[in-house]
Design a protein around this ligand. Structure first.
Ligand code: FRU
Length: 487
C-alpha cells in the first residue's frame, strides 16, 4: 500500500459524506466481522472509556476515518445493553481544539452520581511537529448524547518526562477520598513507567504525585501505554502495554499487553507485585485492553482489547480498513492468575448446531472441544484434504500447545514470528473457539490462557481437521453488529 502523506493522514473529517464512498466499498469486504465491533471505515485501535452507565454499556474506540493507518484520531462511540449486540452511535470526541489538534487520544471513563466523565489525552503538535500531551476532560450530555469538552485541560505534560505521556486512567480511592490519574510515560533516560496525579475534586487542581514504583520493573521497556490499576476480587491488578522490549516466547514483537497481580499502596505510590509479568493474551494480535467501570455488582470484571498491534499491517489495509475489538471477557483472579472467560451472554448468539462430520467450518461460529485428555492435533481453515491451515498441536507430557499460522495462504506480519508455544498450569481439558470472518479467539481451560489472532482465510480455506479424543461441538453464530453507516 502506498504510504499516505501527513496531510492525508491528518485531514479533518468535515462531513460524513466525505467517507460514504469508502464505507460502501468496505462493506463489501469478505472479511467484515459479524459479532465484533469494527470501524465503519479506516482504522480502529484502542478501546476507550469502557463503562456501564445509565443502563447501557458504552464503548469508544480510537478511530482514524481515512484508511488503515494511524493518523488523526477521534473517539467513535458504540453502545450495547448486554455487551453482545452493539449499535453504532457515531463520532463522540473530535480533534477540534488547540489542545488536541492532532488527535483525541486514549482515555477512560468515570460514572459519578451526576454525570459520565471522560478523560482523554489531547495530542497537540506545533508547526515543527513537536508533540505536547494534555490531560483533558469531557462529559456526556445526556440530552443530546454528545460530548461536552471542558474548555481547558486538567493539566499539561510533566517536566521530568519525554513527550510520551498519555492515556489517562481515572481512579477514585474511597479510603483517601481522592482521585488519581495514572498516565503511561517515558523517563528522560527512555524507561517506561506510570506517573500519577492526584486531586480532591475532578474539576479542581491536579498535582503531580510522583512516579508509580513497581519493584522489579524499573527497567521494563521504553514506554508503558494504557496503564490501569483495577481491583478484581481482593487483589489489585496492574495492566499495561510495555513497548520497546522483546519478551520470551513472543518472537520479534516489541509491543505487549500484560498484567501483574499485587497490591497498590497509594501512600507510597507503590504497586507491590505478587508475581511476574504475564501476557493477557498469547495470540498474535492483542493490545491496549481496557476494563469496564460501572456501578454494578461485578465492578471492573469485564475486559475488551484491540485485536491488533501497533506497527502491524493487515490484508484489509488494501481495502482501507483495519482493526476489530475482541469479544468481552469476564475476569476473575484465582491465586495470582487472571482468568478470562468469554462473556456468558455470547451463548445467546449460538444458532444452528452443525453436523461436524463434514469438517466444514462456518465463517462465524463457536467451536467447543471438551473432555480433552491426550495429545491432539487441530487445524482450522484447511483445504478439503486437511492441508494448510492454522495449526495447533498439544503435547500432554509437556502440557504445551504449539500454534503455527505459517500454513495459511494469507500470511502477514511474518517478521513478528508465526509460531507460539502455550504452556498450561493445569492439564488442557477444554477449548472454546470463537471464529468470526477474520478473527479467531480461543479460550483454554475456562480462561487460564486466551489466544486471539486475526486470520484471513481465502476461498478454499473453510475446513478443519481434528485428531484426538475430545468431544467436539460447533454452532453457527448469529450476527450481533449492524455495521451501518453512522458517523
Ligand atoms: C496505544 C496508543 C495510545 C494512544 C493511542 C493513539 O495503541 O498509541 O498510547 O493514546 O494509541 O491512537
Amino acid at each position: 500500500m502506498k504510504e499516505p502523506t501527513r496531510e492525508e493522514k491528518y485531514r479533518v473529517l468535515k462531513d460524513p459524506e466525505e467517507i460514504r464512498g469508502l464505507y460502501d466499498s468496505i462493506k463489501k469486504s469478505d472479511y467484515r466481522q459479524t459479532f465484533h465491533t469494527q470501524p465503519v471505515t479506516g482504522l480502529l485501535n484502542d478501546p476507550n472509556g469502557f463503562v456501564y452507565y445509565d443502563g447501557y454499556w458504552h464503548l469508544f474506540y480510537q478511530w482514524c476515518p481515512w484508511g488503515a493507518f494511524h493518523g488523526l484520531k477521534y473517539w467513535y462511540h458504540v453502545v450495547s445493553v448486554d455487551l453482545v449486540y452493539w449499535e453504532n452511535k457515531g463520532v463522540f470526541l473530535k480533534p477540534d481544539t488547540e489542545f488536541d489538534n492532532k488527535g483525541v487520544y486514549s482515555g477512560t471513563a468515570l460514572p459519578t452520581a451526576e454525570r459520565l466523565e471522560l478523560f482523554y489525552t489531547g495530542n497537540h503538535r506545533d508547526k515543527d511537529w513537536t508533540r505536547c500531551s494534555y490531560t483533558c476532560l469531557a462529559k456526556l450530555d445526556e440530552d443530546s448524547g454528545e460530548a461536552e469538552k471542558k474548555e481547558k485541560p486538567l493539566f499539561g505534560p510533566s517536566e521530568g518526562y519525554t513527550e510520551h505521556q498519555r492515556d489517562p486512567k481515572i481512579i477514585y480511592n474511597a479510603e483517601k477520598k481522592k482521585y488519581y490519574i495514572l498516565l503511561g510515560a517515558q523517563t528522560k533516560d527512555k524507561r517506561g513507567c506510570g506517573i500519577l496525579y492526584e486531586s480532591n475534586d475532578i474539576e479542581g487542581r491536579w498535582h503531580f504525585a510522583g512516579e508509580l514504583k513497581v519493584p522489579g520493573f524499573e527497567k521494563f521497556g521504553s514506554m508503558w501505554e494504557c496503564p490501569s490499576i483495577e481491583r478484581i476480587g481482593d487483589k489489585d491488578v496492574l495492566f499495561f502495554c510495555p513497548q520497546g522490549i522483546k519478551l520470551p516466547g513472543h518472537g520479534e514483537i516489541t509491543n505487549h499487553n500484560g498484567y501483574i497481580v499485587g497490591r497498590m499502596d497509594y501512600d507510597s505510590l507503590t504497586f507491590i507485585p505478587d508475581m511476574g509479568f504475564r501476557f493477557l493474551d498469547e495470540g498474535f494480535d492483542f493490545y491496549a485492553a481496557q476494563c469496564c467501570e460501572g456501578d454494578y455488582s461485578d465492578r471492573h470484571s469485564v475486559l475488551v482489547g484491540w485485536m491488533g498491534l501497533p506497527d502491524a499491517v493487515y490484508p484489509t489495509d488494501e481495502e482501507n480498513w483495519s482493526g476489530t475489538m475482541t469479544v468481552a471477557r469476564e475476569l476473575a483472579v484465582e491465586g495470582n492468575r487472571l482468568l478470562q472467560r468469554p462473556l456468558r451472554g455470547l451463548e445467546r448468539l449460538k444458532a444452528l448446531q452443525i453436523d461436524h462430520k463434514q469438517k466444514l467450518l462456518p465463517r462465524s461460529c463457536k467451536m467447543e472441544i471438551t473432555n480433552l485428555s491426550e495429545d491432539f492435533s487441530l487445524r482450522l481453515f484447511t483445504d478439503e484434504d486437511g492441508k494448510g491451515g492454522f495449526r495447533f498441536k498439544y503435547n500432554s507430557d509437556e502440557n504445551e500447545l504449539y500454534a503455527d499460522r505459517s500454513h495459511m495462504t494469507m500470511r502477514f506480519n511474518t517478521g513478528f514470528g508465526e509460531e507460539r508455544t502455550l504452556s498450561f498450569e493445569n492439564p488442557l481439558r477444554k477449548i472454546e473457539i470463537f471464529i468470526d470472518r477474520s478473527s479467531l479467539e480461543m479460550f483454554f481451560n475456562e480462561g487460564e490462557i486466551v489466544f486471539s489472532s486475526r486470520v484471513f482465510p481465502v476461498k478454499d480455506e473453510k475446513h478443519f481437521y481434528l485428531k484426538g479424543n475430545g468431544k467436539l461441538r460447533i454452532w453457527e453464530m448469529n450476527p450481533a453488529v449492524k455495521d451501518d453507516f453512522v458517523v
